[in-house]
Design a protein around this ligand. Structure first.
Ligand SMILES: Nc1ncnc2c1ncn2[C@@H]1O[C@H](COP(=O)(O)OP(=O)(O)O)[C@@H](O)[C@H]1O
Ligand SMILES: [Mg+2]
Length: 371
């Protein structure tokens, strides 16, 4: 790479998952904060239908509010990732020359949540293309996305998870009564979730067996594989950020707590993203030092158990009885400046532009494939 040119970062956002709008909002924040002296940004949007386009770098157009749901512009010029690892280029998909603003890419920053973004599929594409990218690789992304496999891997590493039942499509279709009985054995209330969901979409809290079928149907509309979990009652909800170091080890951030859900029964989509009154976050969480230490230690252990890279956020339930369990690990956590992950790192002394910078630097030094 010549000294004269800036590093080229392709910021990829939008996408086919139900978290399209959230991803656009994240991109708006990253585009506004990224160091333009150091990086040339190529904004790549993926439409809800999966078309890749050269998007605008205007953060305002992509912001998410209660009154505006941003969306990638499907009218923009289509682009593709070259599958030739010697090129490492983004090419126009239109029948004319590649515009000069495109070209070879030094690092890709996939700001995508959910399926086709956080689940290893797009990571596989970047591996094929020989491109360096921010965040976890194929396996850790796939395991982190699938709550069933995430729990299997965490349990194998002796990390505590909430009791659960998996409801596979064939099980629910052939013998729903067997699934109902397995759920009954967990004890009520339960949380019913799409196995590979995110942003709380498709999740229902169910008080007793009467609500179960509708909740399973709802979750199945997001993912045919469903997880039913015993509810963590009388629990506090804690989160911790993990950031890889250049030496390959990982550090844990300050711990945060979601102290109020506003008018909502749990931390659902509206509570998370629509800035509603009464949703309160506490950074750092008011905890005994030994609890904070345990959370941070479990977070790094979870990151390593899955073989994560770059960043992850690990979420916990902390019972009034002192029990700490991992709810989930997110390999591409919410990443606007007001999201938990950046706020926890800010509390630990790493501000938003620096976080972006560190992640890009890590990705640049990361070997792709087995190299
Ligand atoms: N087992 C549970 N006990 C108590 N609350 C839960 C449980 N599972 C989920 N929740 C609530 O639902 C929210 C979303 O669930 P989560 O599993 O984190 O899904 P997502 O991947 O969509 O964020 C949690 O932040 C929490 O408020
Ligand atoms: Mg969650």
């Amino acid at each position: 790479m010549s000294q004269s040119r800036k590093l080229r970062v392709a910021v990829v956002f939008g996408g086919r998952s139900s978290e399209h709008a959230v991803s656009c909002a994240t991109a708006a924040s990253v585009l506004a904060a990224i160091d333009n002296e150091k990086y040339d940004v190529i904004p790549i949007g993926i439409t809800r239908e999966g078309k890749w386009v050269l998007e605008s770098a205007d953060p305002d157009r992509l912001a998410l509010t209660a009154h505006h749901t941003p969306e990638v512009n499907s009218e923009a010029a289509a682009v593709v990732v070259s599958n030739n690892p010697e090129q490492r280029r983004i090419l126009t998909a239109e029948p004319h020359a590649t515009p000069p603003e495109l070209g070879s890419v030094d690092v890709v920053f996939p700001l995508l949540h959910g399926p086709w973004g956080e689940d290893g599929t797009i990571q596989g594409l970047f591996e094929i293309a020989g491109m360096n990218y921010v965040g976890s690789g194929v396996l850790a992304s796939a395991v982190g996305m699938d709550k069933q496999y995430m729990k299997l891997v965490l349990s194998a590493a002796a990390l505590p998870v909430t009791p659960y039942v998996t409801v596979l499509p064939r099980e629910w279709e052939a013998d729903p009564e067997a699934s109902r009985e397995a759920v009954e054995a967990l004890g009520w209330p339960v949380f019913v979730k799409p196995a590979r969901g995110g942003s709380s979409l498709g999740i229902t809290k169910v008080a007793d067996r009467h609500g179960l079928d509708a909740a399973v149907q709802h979750a199945r509309s997001f993912d045919p594989k469903v997880l039913v979990e015993k509810a963590a009652v009388n629990s506090r909800e804690l989160e911790c950020g993990v950031l890889q170091r250049p030496d390959g080890g990982a550090d844990a951030s300050a711990v945060a707590e979601i102290t109020g859900y506003g008018a909502h029964e749990f931390y659902d989509f509206a509570a998370k993203y629509l800035g509603e009154a009464g949703v309160t976050l506490d950074v750092p969480a008011d905890l005994k030092p030994e609890v904070t230490d345990q959370v941070r230690q479990y977070s790094v252990a979870a990151f390593e158990a899955l073989g994560c890279e770059g960043l992850a956020r690990v979420d916990f339930f902390f019972g009034r009885d002192g029990r700490l369990v991992i709810n989930e690990i997110n390999t591409m956590p919410g990443f606007t400046p007001s999201s938990m992950y950046p706020r926890m790192w800010a509390e630990s002394g790493v501000d938003y532009p620096e976080l972006i910078d560190r992640l890009i630097t890590l990705a640049l030094s990361r070997p792709t494939s087995l190299r």
